[in-house]
Design a protein around this ligand. Structure first.
Ligand SMILES: Nc1ncnc2c1ncn2[C@@H]1O[C@H](COP(=O)(O)OP(=O)(O)O)[C@@H](O)[C@H]1O
Ligand SMILES: [Mg+2]
Length: 342
């Protein structure tokens, strides 16, 4: 796409040739590798771009530059054609246009503050977004939109569950009506069942608030569920980019293929609505990877109970690490046919 075409497609975020070297680590072109070594990407209005890559590939560094928490060594970050610059120096309307949700829901909220105070703070920072009328009612509406009870408003962040904290983080981001949400491993620290709920919430909010997203994850399965396009990052550069379905079903770059293979090997969690057959394959699954086989060696891993009819209940847990070996079937009482590692 040339520049004219990109603009007419409604480009919101345009990252060009971004370079970041951390002191004491890579020395850019001279010596060691830069953490981010010439990344370019765009996100158009209402689009979700997934950014995937193994740990250390530079994803968070890109996110921090986009969110204005870090100044790039070189390159530009523009929003609707305007340079974003560092957060502290951004014009307020650009500051609020780009909001971020972090990986660790607990450490991204002050545990001593009530949820009401957390939201009041961002409304104070961006008064143009503060509700005109009844603030309490507006706060309750905001929380309800995140699937939170009104009573959560008076609770301290430190007293909430990880899932609730992440909903509050998302509420805080959306309270100022952003155009672009940067989610950096926003579901990675959560239990699998909570992860699915937060993903559904994000997908729902994206439609309701006409949000664009830069959705960052090391987990291809998660990105697959939410991203329209995906960019694959390795060692500070983007090695492949395209429509999510195309990249994940017909990867062109060897690194993407390796990432997919690794996901098949490692990300073999059985989701709550999947059914495991006797032969170890997963039936009726839109989430299991590849051919639907849980693992090559027939093992099932993850926080799930396999019932004796072969189905997996919603919040069930297996004893121990939840591994079922071979073609073992686990009964409701936790006993098993076959070999079960506990
Ligand atoms: N504050 C920092 N100081 C020095 N090196 C860093 C810092 N943050 C990240 N790095 C290094 O930069 C590289 C990219 O890190 P990061 O952007 O966090 O990757 P990712 O989010 O993909 O795991 C890694 O090698 C990491 O060790
Ligand atoms: Mg990271």
């Amino acid at each position: 796409m040339n520049e004219g075409e990109r603009q007419s497609a409604g480009t919101l975020l345009d990252v060009r040739d971004l370079r970041v070297s951390y002191a004491g680590r890579g020395r850019g072109r001279r010596g060691g590798r830069a953490a981010v070594d010439g990344v370019s990407l765009t996100v158009t209005a209402e689009e979700t771009l997934g950014l995937v890559g193994e740990s250390g590939s530079g994803k968070t560094t890109v996110a921090r530059c986009v969110a204005g928490l870090l100044s790039p060594g070189a390159g530009t970050v523009t929003f609707e054609g305007r340079p974003l610059g560092r957060a502290g120096r951004r014009p307020p309307e650009l500051q609020r246009a780009v909001q971020m949700v972090f990986q660790d829901p607990r450490s991204s909220l002050n545990p001593r503050m009530t949820v009401a105070a957390i939201i009041a703070e961002v409304w104070g920072t961006h008064p143009v977004t503060a509700p005109r009328g009844d603030r309490t009612a507006a706060l309750h509406r905001l929380l309800a939109g995140m699937g939170l009870d009104p009573e959560v408003a008076s609770r301290r962040a430190g007293d909430l569950s990880g899932g609730q904290c992440q909903r509050v983080s998302i509420a805080r981001a959306l309270a100022v009506r952003p155009r672009l949400l940067v989610c950096d491993e926003a579901v990675s620290a959560l239990d699998v069942s909570v992860q699915a709920q937060i993903l559904r919430l994000l997908a729902d909010l994206r439609g309701r608030h006409r949000l664009a997203m830069l959705f960052i994850s090391h987990d291809l399965g998660v990105v697959h569920q939410i991203a329209d396009r995906v960019a694959v990052m390795s060692r500070g550069v983007i090695v492949e980019e395209g429509r999510t379905d195309e990249v994940l079903t017909a990867p062109r770059h060897p690194y993407t293929r390796a990432l997919l293979d690794a996901a098949l090997d490692l990300d073999d969690t059985v989701r709550d609505d999947d059914t495991v057959r006797d032969d170890g394959t997963v039936r009726d699954d839109d989430r299991a990877r590849g051919d639907g086989r849980v693992r090559g060696d027939g093992t099932v891993r993850g926080d799930c109970t396999v019932r004796d009819d072969g189905t997996v209940p919603r919040d069930g847990m297996l004893p121990g690490d939840g591994t079922v070996w071979g073609d073992g079937t686990v009964r409701g009482d936790g006993t098993a046919d076959g070999e079960v590692a506990v």
